[in-house]
Design a protein around this ligand. Sequence first.
Ligand code: SAM
Length: 368
Amino acid sequence: MAHRAYAHIEAEITGEPAIGARLDVHRLRPISVGGGTLTSEPEEFQRHVPVMLAEVMAALDPSPVDLIVDGTFGAGGYSRAILDTGCSVVAFDRDPEAIAAGRELEGQAQGRLRLVHAPFSTMDTHVESANGVVLDIGVSSMQLDQALRGFSFRNDGPLDMRMAGEGLSAADVVNTFKTGDLARIFNFLGEEKNAGRLARMIVERRQKRPFERTLDLADAISTHVGRGAKDKIRPATRVFQALRIYVNDELGELARALIAAERILQPGGRLVVVSFHSLEDRIVKRFISDRGESQGGSRHLPQVNARVATFQKIGGAVSPGEAEVEANPRARSAKLRSAIRTDAPPRTADLSIFDLPKLPELQRAVEL
Ligand SMILES: C[S@@+](CC[C@H](N)C(=O)[O-])C[C@H]1O[C@@H](n2cnc3c(N)ncnc32)[C@H](O)[C@@H]1O
């Protein structure tokens, strides 16, 4: 299973299989507005293929009057399908380019789509109540394809990886963090078995010349550890994954977003999350399991200690079908989990249930 997951991550980082997968599914789906349909983009426009769209829509089960939060607008694949059912959508993306590209659709949707340029963990400060929340975690094909964004080692680009384009870049991390901190990031977020060795190599090499380009870092890693005959993925894959997750605080964002979703979902509202590797899936699984438990209060303090389930799980994890994986290898390690909000009040925000890895704080880790 592990190599299967990493083959997908390599696909994400290199972008290779995803390119082969850009088939007719990229053709623009028209959205219906007031009985008519609108199509605005040219046929040849290469967009991100929405992963597990049918399964997402089945799990969300939207009614036309519903308001759905799409936390990860991307190329708007999910938002379009939700708008098609007659719902209203508030869609978030922290990438200014994704929001800018969605403005035309926002105009066409005649008030039924509101785009918000903000991290999805802040959804409860922008939306009071919703009937559904959907998250499609990770990066989009557009982000991977642009060498300038620095996510991929398939195309050389600046070592950046910031989805929002602000804060510490991957180059800042690689060129300034202590050896131990780099090793922890590679180990916890990339599950890289050579984490310490690679961290030491990076610190030694950067003293001569800082890392500025994606290929420079990828080559240095390959040269240092080589690629075994049995290795299914390229040597830099796990380090690139770790840097991307760290720079964008992806695990913290997901954990806080689940708590925010609990606050805004109405009773009967659906939470649907598509994730792409075990670190993310574990967070979603833990949350749904924690929130699905009810416990009576103690004899002495029945009200204070009682825990009432705030979500009811909808089955277990769902994976994409073979046809989708064949058409879009990016979908290969996707997992969908979903749950229905009960009428119990939201619980207090306690991030300890997620057991997130202890890593240097993004703001404080820079060695001055
Ligand atoms: C996998 S793509 C979503 C694709 C989308 N479902 C579609 O069908 O087009 C993920 C998107 O989520 C955005 N994103 C990732 N983390 C985010 C966060 N914490 N807050 C807001 N947007 C985020 C990324 O910038 C990217 O555009």
